[in-house]
Design a protein around this ligand. Sequence first.
Ligand SMILES: [Zn+2]
Length: 356
Amino acid sequence: MVNALSVDLEDWYHICDFDNSVYLRDWEKHYAHLETNVCKVLSIFNQFNVHATFFIVGMIAKNSPELIKRIADAGHEVASHGFLHRRIFDMTQQEFEEDLLESKRYIEKAAGKKVIGYRAPEWSLKLNNIWALDILKKHGFRYDASAVPLSHLGGNHFELYPYEIKTKYGNIMEFPLSTFRCYWERIPFSGGLPMRITPYFYTISYAKKMNRKGHPVMFYLHPWEFDSNHIRVELPANRKFMHYCNLKSSSKKIMLLLERMEFSTVQDVLGLGNINNNKISESEKYYKYYDKFYFKSAFNCFLFIGSILLSIFLTAYLMRQYAFMLILILFTVFYWPWSLLLKKINSLFKRSIKTI
Ligand SMILES: [Zn+2]
């Protein structure tokens, strides 16, 4: 199963809900950061012989076409991420159309390749701005990768896996963000902040599970997540968390995944291009799945959760809150994912027998 690998090509100051006019004007001062980060990403992809889709902010294609040419010449797909990185719901239909066409024009001119894919900044496609898909189809786009099937983001009317959506101008493919179920809500795990805070063992386990069910996973990353000297600006607490939390884990996690899973561009995964068949076989990659990185990540995660539980338990004990301690013990016994743990041990046992 080949998964989609994508990069949202934006600079660190392309933050929604933030007055970035000074940075947009002085983009040249920050360009060195962007160029260095894109080169890091390209060299990692080259090291693992994978191609990705770059959803590019049109302004970057206008200001630095040589960077876009370098990406396209390396065999990657180029697609649109809007011109000024504005969310769909912050624009009228006419503004959206102009922004889209401007980005398409500059990206195609710089790359010398046709743009057929779009991702809305900050996953801003919703039911009340679904007209954006009509406009995409009208201008020759063949797929969109902006839907988030979460009730508080895109909306749970979106399907969980790639599917066709009817527009005024014919059907368009939609590749929604990959998510897993957690009680009553779904949670993303395969890029950006969600991947940075999800333990590695869980990301790869769930991605493999989706693959076994026959569904590709949408992975995504940002060049600024690879910046060891990421510029820090004053942001609201939630934005600060989104931007700066656990940045150093990005390159390590993506390299582990690239080594253990199959990836290609979004258009290849959707069957709109040609899949690069020059890949290691699935069985060979599967063998490397349970390794020291997997177990180290799982161990650290259980240690973290265990130490939180232990400190709550100790506090309750010291405060002589015995009833609370009893509730905590019962809660742990009843809600601990025993069946998940047993299933995992069982599958590990079966696998070790097979490899013998
Ligand atoms: Zn973005």
